[in-house]
Design a protein around this ligand. Structure first.
Ligand SMILES: Nc1ncnc2c1ncn2[C@@H]1O[C@H](COP(=O)(O)OP(=O)(O)OP(=O)(O)O)[C@@H](O)[C@H]1O
Ligand code: SF4
Ligand SMILES: [Mg+2]
Length: 344
């Protein structure tokens, strides 16, 4: 007999999920195959904002593209509302109405020859949503904070500020009534003064529309302002995840702590933990714990205890998408070693 999903099961099913997802970029220009995403489990719940954080080259954009169906995984699955993604052209087109991508540079995303109306109407036209199109466009612009929409529809990208351009891009997303927005560094190219406004807009869309979002950034501090949960990625894998409080106030993984330690705390004895060693290379992933060549905790293990600790040889289990914790077998639970305190 086939089990039927109860309403509770449905509510608990993540709206979007990566399951054991890997993306290997083929070898090119003398560089070997790059395991850019290497066994990621990640879930985004309904009306939840998840921040995906990690330094440059760790695979954030590759994962984002796989989640919106622009890159087909080499292994594993993307699941939308519990169903594995169908990569046929027709199914992908329908999927992209529900799961939309916002990129870092709104100037690059907008066609300089297209006015705001046409930019926002692009998606609905592609999906043949012609009925009531002007209302749809105006409503989406208003939701994106461009009010009154009549003042913006006939403007061209060069007549808008960077923040307004990003609102137009977000308006184009909202015009399709999506369930999930994947925002890849959505404020990285904007002035500090407008970053907060765009982040507030994403929060408002979650609260008012129940929109789920994955917000990609290399800035762990950004997660504090926007996210319900945080996933920290290192060299293609999620190495720590949990609620914002768990990850930012009680970080366990040495990599998360190193990222947090560069956020100035205001304390007199504040010292950033500089990451040493070579920048990570997805064409040559280290054996054992992939962070071990740069890990201060491993470096501090006395020679006599190294054979037992075996960070350079012992594989770590991959974190499950619904678990909180860190992929490290030498967990430091001493609160005195947490770089941030409850006073943040
Ligand atoms: N099309 C491609 N072909 C080959 N390698 C690629 C390709 N796209 C990305 N890579 C490699 O995969 C790794 C992950 O790249 P990705 O762009 O996903 O990182 P990222 O975390 O988004 O970095 P950033 O913060 O700089 O945007 C990098 O080593 C990159 O050089
Ligand atoms: S397993 Fe070892 S090398 Fe990896 S993060 Fe933990 S202490 Fe560092
Ligand atoms: Mg990127």
């Amino acid at each position: 007999m086939t089990a039927t999903a109860s309403p509770d099961d449905t509510r608990n099913t993540p709206v979007l999920e990566a399951r054991d997802l890997s993306v290997v970029h083929p070898a090119s220009r003398g560089r070997g195959p790059a395991r850019a995403v290497d066994g990621v489990n990640l879930s985004i719940g309904r009306g939840e904002i998840v921040a995906l954080i990690g330094e440059s080259g760790c695979g954030k954009s590759t994962l984002a593209r796989a989640l919106v169906g622009l890159t087909k995984p080499t292994h594993g699955q993307v699941r939308y509302q519990g169903t594995p993604l169908d990569y046929s052209a027709k199914a992908l087109k329908a999927y992209r109405r529900h799961v939309q991508l916002v990129l870092q540079d709104p100037g690059g995303a907008l066609n300089p020859k297209q006015n705001v109306y046409d930019a926002v109407a692009l998606g609905p036209r592609l999906h043949k949503l012609h009925d009531g199109l002007p209302d749809r466009v105006h409503h989406a612009l208003a939701r994106a904070g461009l009010r009154p929409p009549e003042d913006f529809v006939s403007r061209y990208p060069h007549e808008l500020s960077g923040g307004q351009q990003q609102r137009v891009v977000i308006g184009g997303v909202l015009a399709l009534d999506p369930q999930v927005m994947i925002a890849d560094e959505p404020v990285a190219s904007l002035d500090a003064s407008v970053r907060g406004e765009i982040l507030k807009l994403i929060l408002r869309l979650r609260d008012e529309l129940g929109l789920s979002a994955l917000v990609v950034s290399h800035d762990l501090g950004l997660a504090w302002n926007i996210a319900d949960r945080v996933a920290v990625m290192y060299l293609g894998r999620v190495v720590e995840q949990g609620t914002v409080e768990e990850v930012l106030l009680r970080p366990k993984h040495p990599y998360t702590r190193a990222l947090l330690s560069v956020v100035p705390s205001g304390a007199e004895d504040w010292r950033p933990t500089l990451l040493t060693g070579e920048p990570p290379d997805p064409t040559a992933i280290p054996s054992g714990c992939r962070f071990h060549p740069r890990c201060g905790r491993w470096a501090a293990v006395p020679e006599a205890e190294r054979a037992d600790a075996a960070c350079d040889r012992r594989e770590l289990p991959v974190l499950a998408s619904d678990s909180a914790g860190a992929a490290c077998h030498l967990l430091d639970t001493n609160p005195a070693n947490h770089p941030l305190t409850e006073t943040v």
